[in-house]
Design a protein around this ligand. Structure first.
Ligand SMILES: Cc1cc2nc3c(=O)[nH]c(=O)nc-3n(C[C@H](O)[C@H](O)[C@H](O)COP(=O)(O)OP(=O)(O)OC[C@H]3O[C@@H](n4cnc5c(N)ncnc54)[C@H](O)[C@@H]3O)c2cc1C
Length: 374
């Protein structure tokens, strides 16, 4: 495990598997099993389902389940960051999987929570989240794309989401529809990719993230039974899960920044004599990272906090992490020079991954809008 990860692990979370051993085990898996796969995942030739299941067995998706009305995201974020140090795409899939668990574990629907929480937390069920469109809708950026109509025993849902990740033919994801003819009335549910009325459409190649199982998803009058409803009405539930949804993304950025600092340090020996004239140096990113990690760990202790000031800190942290990631990857490129311009060098992958952290919902522009309106 990296020294940074080791020094900042939470020590007092309650869990069957101690958080220290979970994040440590994830870091070992990242280094030994994920590192050899990172290039294929980046190229989109591999979606690492087996690895994601193995990480679930190691406890990577289970530590943030709430207990007695409280939850602690520190171990989950440290685990995501250990993966992100090696592969940004896998850190993103880890976030997707963790959101699925977060939704099921916080649901007030006992049938759903019982069926899905442990199965997703242990990696027996894989999947993610289709909340980008609703999250943008809540802040006045776009209209809801899914509509549902009440029928006996559930709803019939239609519409399409342009991008949902960590999917496959037997995967699940949480998303939201608006009830037809009842503007603003929303229901959050788990969608079953095995349903023939839920069609996964391959996406055009991306700048990065091609190995993340990302699809366009069409709902062609898909039946959603009541026992797959996460929350109805969904508004209060979204208020409950939104800080955790955003905070878990911190792990993607933290892992990426750690590796960008490592890359700058790796080229210090041959190129330090001239790199020292660059405006941005690894030491300043190390200080910035320490501040961002400290704030993340404070906020991650209390993700169900409903206070407005707390929410504002979460949004500001997420914005700062996205911007710091792009800055660190840009600086790492400049430190590497020509050797980093080779396609085979991981620094240009880090730059492409950094832009994803800055554009995935809530994107930099949305975060700025949220802060402006808060
Ligand atoms: C690789 C990848 C994986 C993603 N995974 C998920 C996920 O798991 N879950 C999830 O909910 N969201 C996912 N998204 C969406 C993501 O979170 C953002 O919503 C998206 O990047 C755009 O956000 P934005 O705020 O910058 O919006 P903008 O890009 O400014 O505009 C967003 C809207 O413009 C339209 N649009 C723009 N470009 C296109 C295009 N090429 N094709 C179709 N419509 C377009 C769409 O209506 C879209 O909602 C993913 C996106 C990418 C690129």
């Amino acid at each position: 495990m990296s020294s940074v990860a080791a020094s900042r692990l939470p020590a007092d979370q309650d869990s069957d598997l101690s958080p220290l051993s979970v994040a440590g085990e994830v870091a070992v898996i990242a280094r030994k099993e994920l590192a050899p796969l990172a290039a294929a995942i980046d190229a989109g030739t591999l979606y690492p389902a087996d690895l994601l299941r193995r990480l679930g067995e190691a406890g990577a998706w289970g530590s943030h389940r709430p207990s007695n009305g409280a939850a602690d995201l520190r171990c989950a974020i440290q685990s995501i960051s250990a993966l992100g140090e090696v592969c940004g795409a896998t850190a993103f899939m880890a976030w997707c999987q963790n959101t699925l668990v977060w939704y099921a574990a916080n649901s007030g629907n006992p049938a759903l929570a019982g069926k899905f929480t442990d199965a997703a937390a242990t990696g027996r069920i894989l999947g993610g989240t289709g909340l980008s469109n609703p999250m943008k809708n809540f802040f006045g950026i776009e209209k809801l794309k899914l509509k549902g109509r009440k029928v006996d025993g559930g709803y019939v849902v239609r519409g399409a989401l342009p991008w949902v990740s960590n999917l496959g033919p037997d995967h699940w994801f949480g998303t939201i529809f608006e009830i037809e003819g009842r503007s603003g009335e929303i229901v959050m549910f788990l969608a079953d990719c095995a349903d023939p009325a839920v069609a996964l459409q391959p996406c055009k190649p991306f700048l990065a993230m091609d190995g993340t199982g990302t699809y366009g998803v069409q709902f062609r009058d898909a039946f959603v039974p009541d026992n797959h409803v996460l929350a109805e009405p969904a508004g209060p539930f979204v208020g409950k899960i939104r800080a955790g949804f955003i905070l878990l993304q911190a792990g993607m950025g933290i892992g990426l920044i750690r590796d960008c600092i490592a890359i700058m340090n790796e080229v210090a020996e041959p190129l330090g004599h001239v790199n020292r004239y660059l405006q941005q140096q690894p030491e300043s990113f190390q200080d910035l990272l320490a501040d961002l990690e400290a704030e993340t760990m404070v906020l991650a202790r209390d993700p169900l906090n409903a206070d407005d000031g707390y929410w504002r800190r979460v949004v500001a942290l997420r914005l700062n992490i996205g911007e710091a990631g792009v800055a660190a990857a840009h600086a790492a490129m400049l430190h590497c020079g020509a050797r980093g311009y080779l396609k085979s060098h991981r620094v240009q992958r880090r730059l492409r991954e950094a832009y994803f952290v800055a554009i995935v919902t809530p994107a930099t522009k949305q975060l700025r809008k949220m802060l402006a309106q808060a």
